[in-house]
Structures are given as C-alpha cells and as structure tokens.
Design a protein around this ligand. Structure first.
Ligand code: BDR
Ligand code: CA
Length: 302
C-alpha cells in the first residue's frame, strides 16, 4: 500500500477524491489535512470530518491554514455551494479534528513513518509550503508530491491560472522550488475528466453512497449533470493508483506571482531555459478508462 497524506478543501470533487482514496486497497491514507480554498477552513474541516464519519474510517483530520501565505482568500463557494458540499444532509458526527495544526500533524506523521510518504495536495498549497519551509527535514521522507493544480494552457480563475495555484501562488512557487519530485495533475487533463449522465446515472444506483454523491452532484456547478461534472481532484487519486491512464512529460515549472496571470504555472516544455527539470506534468488522460475507474471504485465502496 502506498502511504499518503491528502491536503484538501472539500469541495465536491474533493469529496469524490477522498471517498475513493479512503476506500482504495492500494492506498493507506495516514492523515487528512485541510486548508482554506473552495470555502473557509472551518467548513473544509467539517466537510472532511463528515466524509470520514460517513465511511466509518479512523483517519485523523487536522485543520490547517485559514488564508493564503501573503494574499487574501478568494473562495469558490459559487461552484461548490455555501457549505462547500451542499446538497446532502450528512448525519451529525462527534468526530473532531486533532488539536494540533495541520502542519504539525504532517510533520509528525512524516517523521514518524518507517516508509516514505506521498503528499497529495488537492487544494491551495499553503500548508505544504509552510511544512517544507518550517520543517525541511521532512523532505527526506517525502517520496513525491502528486498535486491537483496548475495548467499548461488556459486557467479557470483568471485567464491563465488554475484555482488552487491562483489561491496561493507564493505557496505553489515554494513547492515547485522544493526539490521534491512533483507530479502536476493540472487542468489540461482534469477539465476533460468529466462524469457524464451515463456515469452519474449509474452512480445514483449505488445505495446510500450513490445517493450521497448524486445529491452533491446536483449542486456542483463545475459542469452540470447534463454537460459533465469536472472531477479535477479525482484525477490526482487516479494518478496514484493507475498512472498508465496519463501521458506525462518531465519539465520545469514556475509560478507567476502577480499581475494578470498571477497563479499561472509556466512550464518550459521545450526546456529552452532550464538545464534540469522539477516536475512531471500531465498532458493527456484516457477519459473512458478514467470514467470506468471512478464508477467501479465508487461501486466497490458499497
Ligand atoms: C480545483 O479547484 C477547486 O475548486 C477544486 O476542488 C479543484 O481542487 C480545480 O481548479
Ligand atoms: Ca480541491
């Protein structure tokens, strides 16, 4: 099993990603950390706890940063709803977040692990940047960072930037400069990784898990139930278990920190300006296979 920490801001696509990761036989989720992004960090933490309780898991949850490193938070409640996970009435839970900050929890989890940990950020990179800056000794026990974020072409927030790198560009830059192997699962693949009516109608039939997702999907405006729901964060989990679904290229990525392209990930795909690479970027994804992967993994949860 691959030992992972997921840093998240649920978020409806985060919810699908967490659900599959928590239940996948090839993954061992050691810790979930939360950050401000789609909605504020109290809400993303509550949503994460609700999902852990829904699946009856024991995975610890730690609350992280309530704002980006240097700039104001711009959330995405218009896409995921006021709560971040509108549409389904989760049962009340007594589960609570750990009483230490996400960055401390990550440090302890990484340093105490006998095997290397893969970090899976599917939100702004604020917590991860702080971890690597405050506790650089953790780097030696981090195998890889597989992140949903960035774009090689158009953005979904300003013209060029993807939401997660837009929310905290300074954090994203720290992560790309960290020297840790990075896989960037960006909009180039995640925008095409949609669930169509064909898949959502199947998912709807998967008992209470299906009902939960179908209810959330009706409130997810990243697409619509008719035209396709973008499963951005789910792609990062698919990369962990089935990397052959993706076409990747090694390159050098840096992040625009301000101006009209703030948060854009600029990749030197032709390696004209750099002698070494700092990331693998995803160029393409096998959509039908990805769709099957999502449906079959959600079906198995029941
Ligand atoms: C990313 O932004 C968030 O709204 C999604 O959860 C995903 O992590 C897509 O740009
Ligand atoms: Ca997210």
């Amino acid at each position: 099993k691959r030992a992972i920490i997921i840093d998240t801001d649920p978020g409806i696509d985060d919810a699908v990603a967490l659900s599959i990761a928590l239940n996948h036989p090839a993954l061992e989720v050691r810790l979930l950390t939360t950050v401000a992004g789609n909605v504020n960090v109290n809400k993303t933490t509550d949503n994460t706890l609700k999902l852990v309780a829904f699946f009856g898991k024991q995975v610890p949850v730690a609350k992280g940063c309530d704002k980006p490193l240097l700039i104001q938070l711009e959330d995405s409640a218009e896409i995921h709803g006021e709560s971040g996970m509108d549409g389904y009435d989760f049962p009340k839970t007594s589960l609570k977040a750990l009483d230490i900050h996400a960055v401390e929890a990550m440090k302890e989890c990484i340093l105490s692990s006998s095997e290397p940990i893969t970090l899976v950020p599917i939100a702004a990179l604020t917590n991860i940047a702080l971890l690597l800056s405050l506790y650089p000794e953790t780097k030696q026990n981090i195998q890889e960072i597989v992140m949903m974020g960035g774009s090689l072409s158009r953005g979904n927030t300003n013209t060029s930037a993807e939401f997660n790198t837009y929310v905290d560009p300074h954090a994203a830059q720290i992560v790309f400069q960290s020297g840790i192997p990075i896989v960037m699962v960006g909009l180039d693949v995640t925008s095409t990784a949609v669930l169509t009516k064909n898949e959502t109608e199947k998912i709807k039939e998967f008992g209470e898990v299906g009902n939960m997702f179908y209810s959330l999907f009706q409130h997810y405006r990243g697409g619509s139930l008719q035209t396709g729901l973008k499963m951005h964060d789910v792609c990062a989990i698919a990369y962990l278990t089935d990397p052959s679904l993706f076409t990747v290229q090694e390159t050098f990525v840096e992040v625009a920190l301000d101006g009209p392209a703030a948060g854009a990930t600029v990749a030197d795909l032709k390696m004209k300006y750099h002698d070494s690479t700092n990331a693998k970027v995803c160029l393409d994804i096998d959509i039908p296979e990805f769709q099957n992967w999502v449906v079959s993994n959600l079906q198995k949860i029941n």
